[in-house]
Design a protein around this ligand. Structure first.
Ligand code: ACO
Length: 380
C-alpha cells in the first residue's frame, strides 16, 4: 500500500460493498429496511415478517408468511447436546458468553456444517434465527435456577421467546412490545457485529463461525451494551427532581449521558421515537413510571444542552425500560439485541455471497523497521 494513501481510522466512511437491506439517513433521522420505513414496520409488522423481508428483499404474501412462520417454528427446538451444555454453564457467566458458546456447539453438532451452498446457507440461517431466541431464553432460565422450557406450539416468535424466558404465555400487549423491540434492532447496516460476520464469512468458513464472531463483537459495551448503562444511570439519578443537579455534575466532569448520541444519527434516532411511544404505554400501565419520568426529564434538560451539537436520544435510551418491564434483568439486554440482530447478520451474509463474495483484507501503513541484523539468542 502506498504510504500516501490516506488512513481511514475506524474505517469511518469507507464503502466496501453495495447493499439493498438498510438505508440510514443520519442527518434527517430516517431508517428503512429494504425500502420500508422503520415506523411502519414497527407498527404493523411482526418479527417473522421483517425477517422474511430482510432475507428475501420483499414483503411476503399471506401464504408465504404462514409457511415461513411455520418453518421457523419447526426449527426452534435445540439439539439435546446444546441443552445439556447450557445446563453445565456456570450460572454467573454472562449470557452473551453463554450464547457465543452455544452457537459454537450448534455448529459442531450440525453434520453439514461445512456446506456453503446457497440452499444450505439459507436453511442454516433460518435455523439460527429460530434458535437464538430459544438459546437466550434457556440461558435466562438456567441463570435463574429454573427449568429450561421447550418451545410451545401455536405461539409467534416474540410470544415464544417471552414464554420460554418467563414460563407463562404472554399477553397480546407484551407480545407486541417484544415484536417492536425485535423489529427495531433486527438490522442497522454495517455496524461492528455485522461487519465482523461478513469479514469472517468472506474467508468461506461456515456460517456458525461467522455468527460466533458477530456475537463476540456485539458483546462489547461500545456496541451492544449501552442500554445496560442507561438503567444504571437512571438508578444513579434516582428521581426526576435530581436531573438538574446530576446533569450539572456530569457536565463538570465532562461525562456522557448514556443512551444519547450516535456515530451516524445527528438528529433523533427514529428507533428511539418508536420506543418512547411504547415505553410511555408501559410506564402508564405497569408502574415503571418513575424510570420513565426520569428519562423524559433527562431528555428535556440534556436535550437543551446537547441537541444543538447533534446529540439526541438513541435506541438505547428507552429500550431498557421496555426490556425490564418484559421480565429481563440488565445482563439480558444485549442478548435480546442478538435475538433480533441475528436476522440482519444472516441477511447480510446471504446478500454478500450473491454480490461481491470477496475475501475482506484491508491494509495498513507499515511504521516498523526493516533489515535489522539478526542477533542469536545466546548473544542477546
Ligand atoms: N453525552 C454528552 N456528550 C456527548 C455524548 C453524550 N451521550 N455523545 C457525544 N458527546 C460529545 C463528546 O463528548 C464530544 O464532545 P467534544 O467534541 O467536546 O469532545 C462530541 O460529542 C463528539 O463525541 P464522539 O465520541 O467523538 O462522537 P461519536 O459520534 O463517535 O459518538 C457515541 C458516538 C460513542 C455513541 C457517543 O455519542 C456516546 O458515547 N454516547 C453514549 C453511549 C451510548 O449511548 N451508546 C449507544 C450508541 S447506539 C448503539 O450502539 C445501538
Amino acid at each position: 500500500m502506498a504510504a500516501t494513501t490516506a488512513i481511514a481510522r475506524g474505517l469511518e466512511d469507507v464503502i466496501f460493498t453495495e447493499s439493498s437491506l438498510c438505508f440510514i439517513d443520519g442527518e434527517q433521522g430516517r431508517l428503512y429496511y429494504a425500502g420500508y420505513k422503520i415506523q411502519d414496520l414497527a407498527e404493523h409488522s411482526t418479527f417473522e415478517e421483517v425477517t422474511y423481508l430482510l432475507l428475501h428483499g420483499r414483503l411476503p404474501s399471506k401464504a408465504e408468511l404462514k409457511a415461513f412462520s411455520a418453518k421457523l417454528a419447526s426449527l426452534r427446538a435445540l439439539p439435546p447436546s446444546v441443552i445439556k451444555q447450557i445446563k453445565q454453564f456456570p450460572r454467573n457467566a454472562h449470557p452473551m458468553s453463554m450464547l457465543r458458546t452455544a452457537v459454537s456447539e450448534l455448529g459442531m453438532v450440525d453434520e453439514t456444517e461445512a456446506d456453503v451452498s446457497p440452499e444450505a446457507l439459507y436453511e442454516k440461517s433460518l435455523s439460527l434465527i429460530a434458535k437464538f431466541a430459544t438459546i437466550v431464553a434457556a440461558t435466562k432460565r438456567h441463570r435463574e435456577g429454573q427449568k429450561i422450557l421447550a418451545p410451545r406450539k401455536g405461539l409467534s416468535h416474540a410470544a415464544n421467546f417471552l414464554y420460554m424466558s418467563n414460563g407463562r404465555v404472554p399477553s397480546k400487549e407484551e407480545t407486541k412490545l417484544m415484536d417492536v423491540a425485535l423489529i427495531l434492532q433486527a438490522e442497522h447496516g454495517f455496524n461492528a457485529s455485522t461487519f465482523t460476520a461478513i469479514a469472517t464469512y468472506s474467508t468461506q468458513t461456515d456460517i456458525y463461525s461467522a455468527i460466533v464472531a458477530a456475537v463476540g463483537a456485539l458483546k462489547g459495551p461500545r456496541h451492544g451494551g449501552a442500554n445496560e448503562a442507561v438503567m444504571k444511570m437512571i438508578a444513579e439519578i434516582g428521581a426526576p427532581e435530581n436531573v438538574s443537579s446530576w446533569l450539572a455534575e456530569l457536565q463538570a466532569k465532562k461525562g456522557r449521558v448514556m443512551g444519547m448520541g450516535h456515530r451516524v444519527y445527528k438528529s433523533y434516532d427514529p428507533r428511539a421515537g418508536v420506543l418512547d411511544k411504547y415505553a410511555a404505554l408501559v410506564a402508564a400501565k405497569h408502574g415503571h413510571s418513575k424510570e420513565y419520568a426520569i428519562l423524559k426529564e433527562l431528555e428535556r434538560q440534556a436535550g437543551a444542552i446537547y441537541n444543538p451539537k447533534g446529540i439526541y436520544p438513541n435506541v438505547d435510551f428507552y429500550s431498557g425500560v421496555v426490556y425490564s418491564d418484559l421480565g429481563y434483568s440488565l445482563e439480558f439486554f444485549t442478548p435480546i439485541f442478538a435475538v433480533a440482530r441475528i436476522s440482519g447478520w444472516c441477511a447480510h451474509i446471504l446478500e454478500y455471497t450473491k454480490t461481491d463474495n470477496r475475501l475482506l483484507r484491508p491494509d495498513s501503513h507499515y511504521t516498523g523497521k526493516l533489515d535489522l541484523p539478526y542477533i542469536p539468542l545466546s548473544k542477546r
